[in-house]
Design a protein around this ligand. Structure first.
Ligand SMILES: [Zn+2]
Length: 339
Protein backbone atom coordinates (compact mmCIF):
# COMPACT_ATOMS: atom_id res chain seq x y z
CA UNK A 1 0.00 0.00 0.00
CA UNK A 2 1.72 3.18 -1.18
CA UNK A 3 -0.76 5.72 0.22
CA UNK A 4 -3.98 5.80 2.28
CA UNK A 5 -7.22 5.89 0.30
CA UNK A 6 -8.96 3.69 -2.27
CA UNK A 7 -7.91 0.31 -3.69
CA UNK A 8 -5.88 2.08 -6.42
CA UNK A 9 -3.26 2.61 -3.71
CA UNK A 10 -2.43 -1.11 -3.72
CA UNK A 11 0.38 -2.06 -6.03
CA UNK A 12 3.07 -4.71 -6.53
CA UNK A 13 6.47 -3.70 -5.25
CA UNK A 14 9.76 -5.33 -4.28
CA UNK A 15 10.85 -4.91 -0.67
CA UNK A 16 13.93 -6.38 1.08
CA UNK A 17 13.42 -9.97 2.30
CA UNK A 18 12.60 -10.05 6.02
CA UNK A 19 14.95 -12.08 8.24
CA UNK A 20 13.80 -14.26 11.16
CA UNK A 21 15.30 -13.21 14.49
CA UNK A 22 15.52 -15.23 17.73
CA UNK A 23 12.26 -17.06 18.46
CA UNK A 24 10.92 -16.34 14.98
CA UNK A 25 10.44 -18.21 11.73
CA UNK A 26 10.40 -17.02 8.14
CA UNK A 27 7.17 -18.12 6.44
CA UNK A 28 6.67 -18.47 2.70
CA UNK A 29 3.12 -17.13 2.41
CA UNK A 30 0.70 -19.28 0.36
CA UNK A 31 -2.62 -17.64 1.21
CA UNK A 32 -3.82 -14.51 2.96
CA UNK A 33 -7.48 -13.83 3.77
CA UNK A 34 -8.98 -10.36 3.63
CA UNK A 35 -10.80 -8.70 6.51
CA UNK A 36 -12.84 -5.51 6.67
CA UNK A 37 -10.00 -4.25 8.82
CA UNK A 38 -7.85 -4.25 5.65
CA UNK A 39 -10.24 -1.73 4.09
CA UNK A 40 -10.20 0.48 7.19
CA UNK A 41 -6.41 0.36 7.39
CA UNK A 42 -6.16 1.15 3.69
CA UNK A 43 -8.53 4.12 4.11
CA UNK A 44 -6.38 5.37 7.02
CA UNK A 45 -6.85 4.43 10.67
CA UNK A 46 -4.72 6.76 12.83
CA UNK A 47 -4.56 4.33 15.78
CA UNK A 48 -2.87 1.71 13.59
CA UNK A 49 0.40 3.74 13.55
CA UNK A 50 1.32 2.69 10.01
CA UNK A 51 4.30 3.91 8.04
CA UNK A 52 4.05 3.86 4.25
CA UNK A 53 4.68 1.88 2.16
CA UNK A 54 2.84 -0.81 4.11
CA UNK A 55 2.05 -4.51 3.59
CA UNK A 56 -1.54 -5.40 4.56
CA UNK A 57 -2.86 -8.84 5.54
CA UNK A 58 -3.85 -10.23 8.99
CA UNK A 59 -4.80 -13.84 8.12
CA UNK A 60 -1.87 -15.83 6.84
CA UNK A 61 -1.08 -19.45 5.97
CA UNK A 62 2.19 -20.70 4.52
CA UNK A 63 5.24 -22.93 4.81
CA UNK A 64 8.27 -22.47 6.99
CA UNK A 65 11.15 -21.26 4.80
CA UNK A 66 13.76 -20.74 7.53
CA UNK A 67 14.15 -20.84 11.31
CA UNK A 68 15.52 -18.01 13.44
CA UNK A 69 18.25 -18.53 16.03
CA UNK A 70 17.22 -20.79 18.96
CA UNK A 71 14.07 -22.08 17.22
CA UNK A 72 14.11 -25.87 17.32
CA UNK A 73 11.78 -28.74 16.51
CA UNK A 74 9.88 -27.05 13.69
CA UNK A 75 10.16 -28.57 10.20
CA UNK A 76 11.29 -26.38 7.30
CA UNK A 77 8.47 -26.84 4.76
CA UNK A 78 5.93 -27.42 7.55
CA UNK A 79 2.47 -25.92 6.92
CA UNK A 80 1.10 -23.39 9.39
CA UNK A 81 -1.49 -20.67 9.84
CA UNK A 82 -0.62 -17.69 12.04
CA UNK A 83 -2.20 -16.17 15.14
CA UNK A 84 -2.30 -12.49 14.11
CA UNK A 85 -2.15 -10.74 17.53
CA UNK A 86 1.12 -9.26 18.81
CA UNK A 87 0.51 -7.85 22.31
CA UNK A 88 3.45 -6.32 24.16
CA UNK A 89 3.65 -9.28 26.58
CA UNK A 90 4.76 -7.11 29.50
CA UNK A 91 1.86 -4.88 30.59
CA UNK A 92 -0.76 -5.68 33.23
CA UNK A 93 -3.37 -6.69 30.60
CA UNK A 94 -0.92 -9.06 28.91
CA UNK A 95 0.08 -10.62 32.25
CA UNK A 96 -3.64 -11.17 33.01
CA UNK A 97 -4.24 -12.88 29.66
CA UNK A 98 -6.33 -9.94 28.42
CA UNK A 99 -4.18 -9.44 25.34
CA UNK A 100 -6.69 -7.31 23.37
CA UNK A 101 -6.63 -4.79 26.26
CA UNK A 102 -2.88 -4.28 25.79
CA UNK A 103 -2.32 -0.53 25.20
CA UNK A 104 0.46 -1.44 22.78
CA UNK A 105 -1.55 -4.15 20.98
CA UNK A 106 -0.11 -5.05 17.60
CA UNK A 107 -1.46 -7.15 14.77
CA UNK A 108 0.24 -8.26 11.57
CA UNK A 109 -1.01 -6.26 8.60
CA UNK A 110 -2.73 -3.77 10.89
CA UNK A 111 -1.95 -2.38 14.33
CA UNK A 112 1.42 -1.05 15.44
CA UNK A 113 2.44 -0.96 11.80
CA UNK A 114 3.47 -4.63 11.70
CA UNK A 115 3.76 -5.86 8.10
CA UNK A 116 1.28 -8.52 6.99
CA UNK A 117 0.64 -11.30 4.54
CA UNK A 118 0.07 -9.63 1.15
CA UNK A 119 3.65 -10.71 0.53
CA UNK A 120 5.76 -13.71 -0.44
CA UNK A 121 7.63 -13.76 2.87
CA UNK A 122 6.63 -12.92 6.43
CA UNK A 123 8.48 -13.25 9.74
CA UNK A 124 6.33 -14.55 12.63
CA UNK A 125 7.03 -15.59 16.23
CA UNK A 126 7.26 -19.39 16.43
CA UNK A 127 4.73 -19.43 19.31
CA UNK A 128 2.08 -17.93 16.99
CA UNK A 129 2.18 -20.86 14.53
CA UNK A 130 -0.94 -23.02 14.18
CA UNK A 131 -0.25 -26.39 12.48
CA UNK A 132 -2.44 -27.05 9.42
CA UNK A 133 -3.85 -30.58 9.50
CA UNK A 134 -3.55 -32.89 6.50
CA UNK A 135 -6.39 -32.36 4.08
CA UNK A 136 -6.80 -28.65 4.84
CA UNK A 137 -5.64 -26.26 2.12
CA UNK A 138 -3.65 -23.07 2.70
CA UNK A 139 -6.70 -21.11 1.51
CA UNK A 140 -8.97 -22.76 4.09
CA UNK A 141 -6.36 -22.30 6.83
CA UNK A 142 -5.96 -18.59 6.04
CA UNK A 143 -9.74 -18.20 6.28
CA UNK A 144 -9.69 -19.17 9.98
CA UNK A 145 -7.64 -17.10 12.44
CA UNK A 146 -9.13 -13.64 12.76
CA UNK A 147 -12.81 -14.49 12.29
CA UNK A 148 -12.88 -17.68 14.36
CA UNK A 149 -10.82 -16.11 17.14
CA UNK A 150 -13.04 -13.03 17.27
CA UNK A 151 -16.27 -15.05 17.13
CA UNK A 152 -15.02 -17.41 19.86
CA UNK A 153 -13.97 -14.49 22.08
CA UNK A 154 -17.36 -12.83 21.58
CA UNK A 155 -19.61 -15.85 22.06
CA UNK A 156 -17.73 -17.97 24.57
CA UNK A 157 -15.61 -15.53 26.57
CA UNK A 158 -17.66 -12.33 26.55
CA UNK A 159 -21.31 -13.32 25.99
CA UNK A 160 -20.92 -16.61 27.88
CA UNK A 161 -23.52 -18.27 25.66
CA UNK A 162 -24.90 -21.48 27.20
CA UNK A 163 -26.67 -24.53 25.71
CA UNK A 164 -30.30 -23.87 24.90
CA UNK A 165 -29.89 -20.11 24.68
CA UNK A 166 -30.83 -18.26 21.50
CA UNK A 167 -28.22 -16.23 19.61
CA UNK A 168 -29.22 -13.76 16.89
CA UNK A 169 -26.43 -13.52 14.31
CA UNK A 170 -26.72 -10.33 12.27
CA UNK A 171 -25.30 -10.17 8.74
CA UNK A 172 -24.82 -13.87 8.05
CA UNK A 173 -22.66 -13.33 4.97
CA UNK A 174 -19.65 -12.04 6.86
CA UNK A 175 -16.80 -14.42 7.58
CA UNK A 176 -17.11 -13.72 11.30
CA UNK A 177 -20.81 -14.66 11.17
CA UNK A 178 -20.08 -17.95 9.42
CA UNK A 179 -17.76 -18.70 12.35
CA UNK A 180 -20.32 -17.48 14.90
CA UNK A 181 -23.13 -19.68 13.59
CA UNK A 182 -20.94 -22.78 13.84
CA UNK A 183 -19.52 -21.96 17.27
CA UNK A 184 -22.97 -21.27 18.73
CA UNK A 185 -24.32 -24.54 17.34
CA UNK A 186 -21.30 -26.41 18.72
CA UNK A 187 -22.15 -24.96 22.15
CA UNK A 188 -25.71 -26.28 21.84
CA UNK A 189 -27.37 -22.91 21.37
CA UNK A 190 -30.15 -22.02 18.96
CA UNK A 191 -29.17 -19.68 16.12
CA UNK A 192 -31.30 -17.16 14.25
CA UNK A 193 -29.34 -15.63 11.35
CA UNK A 194 -30.19 -12.53 9.33
CA UNK A 195 -29.11 -11.26 5.93
CA UNK A 196 -30.28 -8.76 3.35
CA UNK A 197 -29.62 -11.39 0.67
CA UNK A 198 -31.95 -14.39 0.41
CA UNK A 199 -29.28 -16.70 -1.06
CA UNK A 200 -27.07 -16.07 1.98
CA UNK A 201 -29.87 -17.27 4.25
CA UNK A 202 -29.76 -20.71 2.59
CA UNK A 203 -26.03 -20.86 3.20
CA UNK A 204 -26.52 -19.80 6.82
CA UNK A 205 -28.96 -22.68 7.25
CA UNK A 206 -26.44 -25.06 5.70
CA UNK A 207 -23.94 -23.93 8.36
CA UNK A 208 -26.44 -24.81 11.08
CA UNK A 209 -28.68 -21.77 11.61
CA UNK A 210 -32.03 -22.97 12.97
CA UNK A 211 -34.01 -20.02 11.65
CA UNK A 212 -33.30 -17.16 9.28
CA UNK A 213 -34.69 -13.67 8.79
CA UNK A 214 -34.53 -11.83 5.46
CA UNK A 215 -33.86 -8.42 7.02
CA UNK A 216 -34.46 -5.98 5.47
CA UNK A 217 -37.17 -6.15 4.05
CA UNK A 218 -38.56 -8.29 6.89
CA UNK A 219 -39.09 -6.49 10.20
CA UNK A 220 -36.32 -7.76 12.48
CA UNK A 221 -38.03 -7.21 15.83
CA UNK A 222 -41.30 -8.74 14.67
CA UNK A 223 -39.46 -11.75 13.23
CA UNK A 224 -37.47 -12.13 16.45
CA UNK A 225 -40.67 -12.08 18.50
CA UNK A 226 -42.34 -14.64 16.23
CA UNK A 227 -39.36 -17.01 16.17
CA UNK A 228 -38.84 -16.94 19.96
CA UNK A 229 -42.51 -17.08 20.93
CA UNK A 230 -42.18 -13.58 22.41
CA UNK A 231 -39.22 -14.51 24.63
CA UNK A 232 -36.67 -12.73 22.41
CA UNK A 233 -32.99 -13.63 21.99
CA UNK A 234 -30.60 -14.16 24.90
CA UNK A 235 -27.72 -12.63 22.95
CA UNK A 236 -27.02 -10.77 19.71
CA UNK A 237 -23.87 -11.14 17.61
CA UNK A 238 -23.30 -7.84 15.81
CA UNK A 239 -20.73 -6.28 13.46
CA UNK A 240 -22.82 -4.18 11.07
CA UNK A 241 -23.39 -1.08 13.20
CA UNK A 242 -25.81 1.80 12.57
CA UNK A 243 -27.84 -0.01 9.88
CA UNK A 244 -29.09 -2.58 12.38
CA UNK A 245 -27.88 -2.13 15.96
CA UNK A 246 -30.97 -0.22 17.15
CA UNK A 247 -33.32 -2.95 15.93
CA UNK A 248 -30.96 -5.68 17.13
CA UNK A 249 -31.09 -4.31 20.70
CA UNK A 250 -34.87 -4.55 20.60
CA UNK A 251 -34.54 -8.26 19.78
CA UNK A 252 -32.99 -8.96 23.20
CA UNK A 253 -34.77 -10.31 26.25
CA UNK A 254 -34.36 -8.48 29.57
CA UNK A 255 -30.71 -8.61 30.73
CA UNK A 256 -29.76 -9.87 27.27
CA UNK A 257 -26.33 -9.07 25.89
CA UNK A 258 -25.22 -7.67 22.56
CA UNK A 259 -21.63 -8.32 21.51
CA UNK A 260 -20.17 -6.18 18.75
CA UNK A 261 -16.88 -6.42 16.86
CA UNK A 262 -17.40 -4.08 13.94
CA UNK A 263 -19.29 -1.33 12.20
CA UNK A 264 -19.30 -2.10 8.49
CA UNK A 265 -22.24 0.28 7.85
CA UNK A 266 -20.51 3.23 9.54
CA UNK A 267 -18.98 4.23 12.88
CA UNK A 268 -21.76 6.22 14.57
CA UNK A 269 -25.10 4.67 15.61
CA UNK A 270 -28.24 6.00 17.26
CA UNK A 271 -29.71 3.76 19.96
CA UNK A 272 -32.74 4.18 22.21
CA UNK A 273 -31.15 4.23 25.67
CA UNK A 274 -34.53 3.59 27.31
CA UNK A 275 -34.30 0.01 26.03
CA UNK A 276 -30.81 -0.33 27.42
CA UNK A 277 -31.48 0.74 31.01
CA UNK A 278 -35.10 -0.33 31.40
CA UNK A 279 -34.37 -3.80 30.08
CA UNK A 280 -30.91 -3.92 31.70
CA UNK A 281 -29.20 -4.77 28.44
CA UNK A 282 -25.46 -5.24 28.18
CA UNK A 283 -23.54 -3.96 25.16
CA UNK A 284 -20.10 -5.59 25.01
CA UNK A 285 -17.32 -4.52 22.65
CA UNK A 286 -14.97 -7.18 21.35
CA UNK A 287 -11.62 -7.15 19.60
CA UNK A 288 -9.72 -10.29 18.66
CA UNK A 289 -8.88 -12.61 21.57
CA UNK A 290 -5.78 -14.08 23.18
CA UNK A 291 -3.42 -16.83 22.05
CA UNK A 292 -5.01 -19.41 24.36
CA UNK A 293 -8.44 -18.76 22.80
CA UNK A 294 -6.86 -18.97 19.35
CA UNK A 295 -5.40 -22.40 20.17
CA UNK A 296 -8.74 -23.65 21.53
CA UNK A 297 -10.72 -22.64 18.47
CA UNK A 298 -7.95 -23.78 16.11
CA UNK A 299 -8.05 -27.25 17.69
CA UNK A 300 -11.78 -27.46 16.90
CA UNK A 301 -11.14 -26.38 13.30
CA UNK A 302 -8.26 -28.85 12.96
CA UNK A 303 -10.55 -31.61 14.26
CA UNK A 304 -13.13 -30.73 11.59
CA UNK A 305 -15.77 -29.61 14.11
CA UNK A 306 -15.69 -26.03 12.80
CA UNK A 307 -15.25 -25.37 9.09
CA UNK A 308 -13.64 -22.38 7.37
CA UNK A 309 -15.95 -20.80 4.81
CA UNK A 310 -14.27 -19.46 1.67
CA UNK A 311 -16.15 -17.16 -0.68
CA UNK A 312 -13.62 -16.71 -3.48
CA UNK A 313 -9.89 -16.61 -4.12
CA UNK A 314 -7.84 -14.09 -6.11
CA UNK A 315 -4.14 -14.13 -6.95
CA UNK A 316 -2.18 -11.59 -4.88
CA UNK A 317 -1.69 -9.46 -8.01
CA UNK A 318 -5.48 -8.92 -8.03
CA UNK A 319 -5.65 -7.59 -4.48
CA UNK A 320 -7.46 -4.46 -5.70
CA UNK A 321 -10.27 -6.54 -7.21
CA UNK A 322 -10.43 -8.60 -4.02
CA UNK A 323 -10.82 -5.41 -1.97
CA UNK A 324 -13.69 -4.33 -4.22
CA UNK A 325 -15.35 -7.73 -3.77
CA UNK A 326 -15.24 -7.31 0.02
CA UNK A 327 -16.37 -3.67 -0.09
CA UNK A 328 -19.33 -4.66 -2.31
CA UNK A 329 -20.57 -7.05 0.44
CA UNK A 330 -21.57 -9.69 -2.09
CA UNK A 331 -19.48 -12.34 -0.37
CA UNK A 332 -20.41 -15.26 1.82
CA UNK A 333 -17.40 -16.20 3.92
CA UNK A 334 -13.80 -15.22 3.35
CA UNK A 335 -12.17 -13.60 0.34
CA UNK A 336 -8.65 -15.05 0.12
CA UNK A 337 -5.54 -14.04 -1.81
CA UNK A 338 -3.28 -16.81 -3.10
CA UNK A 339 0.45 -16.82 -3.81
ZN1 LIG B 1 0.66 -5.59 26.74
Amino acid sequence: MKAFGGPENLESATLPDPVAGPGEVLLRVRACALNHLDLWIRAGLPSARIQLPFVLGCDVAGEIAALGADVEGLPVGGRYAVHPGRPCGRCEACRDGREPDCPDYGMIGAYRGLPGGYAELLVVPAECLLPIPEGMSFVEAAAVPLTFLTAWHMIVTLAGLTPGETLLVVGAGAGVSAAAIQIAKLLGARVIATSTAREKLDRARALGADDVVHHPPEDLVRAGRRLTGGRMADAVFEHVGPAVIGEALKCLRRSGRLVTCGATSGPVAEIDLRYVFDRQLRIIGAKMGNLAEMRRVWALVAAGRLKPVVDRTFPLAEARVAHERLAGRGQFGKVVLTL
